[in-house]
Design a protein around this ligand. Structure first.
Ligand SMILES: Cc1cc2nc3c(=O)[nH]c(=O)nc-3n(C[C@H](O)[C@H](O)[C@H](O)COP(=O)(O)OP(=O)(O)OC[C@H]3O[C@@H](n4cnc5c(N)ncnc54)[C@H](O)[C@@H]3O)c2cc1C
Length: 304
């Protein structure tokens, strides 16, 4: 039952018609728990509230299904605007971006040009941009683009997913350019030909790559709500005397808030990923897929 629900939510996340419909009707079904709001003003308010609790943020302007150069350009403009607002509001927040929303499926060069414009703007504000990792089909292109951008920019990071078989080799490759990585388990529906189907294997690989990247003296964002993985990372940094400015914990907006606060109280750097925008449906479906028990949360909100 749980696997079927997971698969259904992962498929819905990629369904263009469902996304279009959701966009038209606004933030509903309890999505507000996971999404800061539809406007940049909502997003900045949310970041201010996090910063007041000593939690940093990374803002993501949600955007899926970009099919034209014009749409990719609009998406890049929203990223620039988000950077402007972060600067003007003097809040502590990075920016997270998705390469498909910047035109990766249309033209790789267009996507790189959009990234360059975003990184130049971020550099002007001494800010940092992280490239989210999408499904397996976009993984190699994302790494290649990151390698190219890294030649000129030091304010850019990438995400790597523990569930992919290729990840260990990718980590060795990315160590060559001292990549700043966010490590995650992985949120997309992938075939067992490319990704570990068993959660225990994903968790094992997650610990392995956290250790690899930290001991290779690279900046590591450990992005998880899994307390066992967090405890593993805490023990590792303590045992190997890893400096506090070489790693941080990251979590998603609205998930495990008590754990976020507890880590801050313990003195760790914590950053929360804050998505906003009208294109919230795909993101929301991926959050439901991670924890199908969240479906009850949706049902409750249907009757509100
Ligand atoms: C900051 C951040 C950025 C991310 N960026 C990417 C990315 O670029 N690409 C990508 O593929 N994935 C990304 N992810 C998602 C990630 O891949 C996982 O799907 C997600 O974090 C759930 O896995 P987990 O590590 O928390 O462990 P799990 O074992 O899935 O969860 C551990 C515990 O956390 C809680 N939990 C986890 N998810 C939820 C949820 N949705 N609702 C309620 N409780 C929950 C539950 O208590 C669960 O028992 C990101 C995650 C974070 C935290």
């Amino acid at each position: 039952m749980e696997a079927a629900l997971r698969s259904m939510f992962q498929s819905l996340a990629k369904n263009a018609s469902a996304n279009k419909l959701a966009k038209k009707y606004g933030l509903h079904f309890g999505a507000r728990r996971f999404v800061a709001g539809e406007t940049i003003a909502n997003a900045i308010e949310c970041v201010k509230a996090l910063n007041a609790k000593k939690i940093a943020a990374t803002l993501d302007h949600l955007g899926e299904f970009v099919f034209t150069e014009e749409e990719a350009k609009q998406s890049a403009d929203m990223c620039l605007l988000t950077l402007d607002h972060i600067y003007l509001a003097k809040v502590e927040s990075h920016l997270s971006v998705k390469l498909t929303s910047l035109g990766l499926d249309i033209n790789k060069e267009l996507c790189i040009d959009n990234m360059r414009a975003i990184l130049d703007r971020a550099k002007k504000y001494h800010n940092f941009v992280r490239i989210d990792m999408e499904d397996f089909l976009h993984c190699e292109a994302a790494i290649e683009i990151y390698e190219e951008l890294r030649q000129k920019y030091d304010n850019v990071g990438l995400v790597i997913q523990a569930y992919l078989y290729r990840t260990e080799e990718d980590m060795k490759r990315l160590h060559q350019i001292k990549a700043n990585l966010r490590l995650v388990k992985g949120a997309y529906k992938e075939s067992p030909n490319v990704a570990f189907p068993e959660k225990s294997d994903v968790d094992k690989n997650f610990c392995k790559i956290i250790k690899m990247h930290l001991l290779n003296e690279n900046y590591t964002a450990i992005a998880t709500h899994d307390e066992k993985i967090i405890d593993f990372a805490k023990d590792l940094v303590s045992e190997h005397h890893i400096a506090a400015d070489m790693f941080e914990f990251q979590m998603l907006y609205g998930i495990c808030v008590d754990l976020q606060n507890k880590l801050v109280d313990e003195g760790y750097k914590v950053r929360v990923y804050v998505p906003y925008g009208v294109d919230w449906f795909g993101y929301f479906m991926r959050r439901l897929a991670e924890r199908p028990a969240n479906i009850w949360f949706v049902v409750k909100n249907l009757f509100k």
